[in-house]
Design a protein around this ligand. Structure first.
Ligand code: CP
Ligand code: NVA
Length: 331
């Protein structure tokens, strides 16, 4: 039988700081149960007559489709509202649009640039708001990442995750908080120029002290990945930062996840998986990689048996379903 925590009813998720350690674990456990239920062929009605607005300023494949199918799977509806097609902040103030959406929808999933925007939506809409990626954070992604780690190893506490790449982007920031909350050991392998915000780093380190985990930054990737069970990378140039492409490529070339770096974990052939939130520049199928070759990860690693990137992508759907059910449905 499915259970979820009534304390999450009506709650938003703007960063992982919005949930306690226990609530984060409960969301992951619910997502695992919902995945098993779907695999067993059950398409339920948990979200019957629940309507979710997908307000997107940036493009998306996974977040948009995973959210949309998560809600439809359980009898609800999702309406995609691109920034270009609604009045958000242009012909109408953000506050007015938010209040209208809050009257029509039961919840809002927002993807965009400023964290302040998702905070404003949550403050004035009167309905739960979930952050589907801002420049600062990507919490729905990291719930799926942690779910994948738990599925692979049966546990989170004590596992070591080495993130290698742009150490101050939305995914790196959120992984730092998520791993700390889960009692994991998080090493952010990044050049000095891309070190995370010191205040956020201190927050994550304080959380890790509570859970028995640890959080540190390491500039030498070979040293940082030693003992890692999870090697994680993300694009070197996030959405909205395209003007910095050349500088990023120069800085991050030594941080590519390739087989040599996997060997440096000491766990290749044992307790090691590779994760990437996707999209990934790993081959010659995109304009970027035709010009520059594989960037943050090589094909060998991306396609390796220990790569779990498509399980991770699928888990976006189960974790968002867990969030929607917890926030919108009475147990
Ligand atoms: N990982 C992720 O958020 O993918 P999309 O940009 O395709 O939504
Ligand atoms: N850091 C990446 C994540 C994409 C899912 C970006 O913001 O573009």
């Amino acid at each position: 039988m499915l259970t979820w925590n009534p304390a999450l009813r009506g709650r938003s998720l703007l960063t992982l700081l919005d949930v306690t350690h226990a609530e984060m674990q409960e969301l992951i456990d619910l997502a695992i149960a919902l995945k098993a239920r779907r695999r067993a062929g059950v398409r339920g009605q948990l979200l019957f007559r629940r309507h979710i607005a997908l307000v997107f300023e940036k493009s998306s494949t996974r977040t948009r489709t995973a959210a949309s199918i998560a809600v439809r799977d359980e009898g609800g509806t999702a309406e995609y509202l691109s920034r270009n097609e609604i009045h958000l902040g242009s012909k109408e103030s953000v506050a007015d649009t938010a209040r209208v959406l809050g009257r029509v929808f039961d919840g809002i999933l927002f993807r965009g640039y400023e964290q302040a925007m998702v905070e404003k939506l949550a403050k004035v809409s009167g309905v739960p708001v979930w952050n589907g990626l801002t420049d600062a954070f990507h919490p729905t992604q990291v719930l799926a990442d942690l779910m994948t780690v738990q599925e692979c190893f049966g546990r989170l506490a004590g596992m070591k995750l080495a993130y290698v790449g742009d150490g101050r982007n939305n995914v790196a920031n959120t992984l730092m908080l998520g791993c700390a909350k889960a009692g994991m050991h998080y090493v952010n392998c990044t050049p000095p120029e891309l070190t995370p915000d010191p205040a956020l780093l201190a927050t994550a380190q304080a959380l890790a002290r509570e859970t028995g985990g640890s959080v540190r930054v390491e500039h030498d990737p070979v040293c940082g990945v030693q003992g890692a069970n999870v090697l994680y990378t993300d694009v070197w140039v996030s959405m909205g930062e395209e003007a910095q492409k050349e500088a990023r490529l120069r800085l991050l070339r030594p941080y590519q996840v390739n087989l040599n770096l996997c060997r440096a974990t000491g766990n290749l052939g044992g307790e090691l998986i590779f994760l990437h939130c996707l999209p990934a520049f790993h081959d010659h199928q995109t304009q970027m990689t035709r010009e520059s070759g594989a960037l943050e990860v090589t094909d060998e690693v991306f396609e390796a048996p220990f790569s779990r990137v498509f399980d991770e992508a699928e888990n976006r759907m189960h974790t968002m379903k867990a969030l929607f059910v917890s926030a919108l449905v009475d147990q």
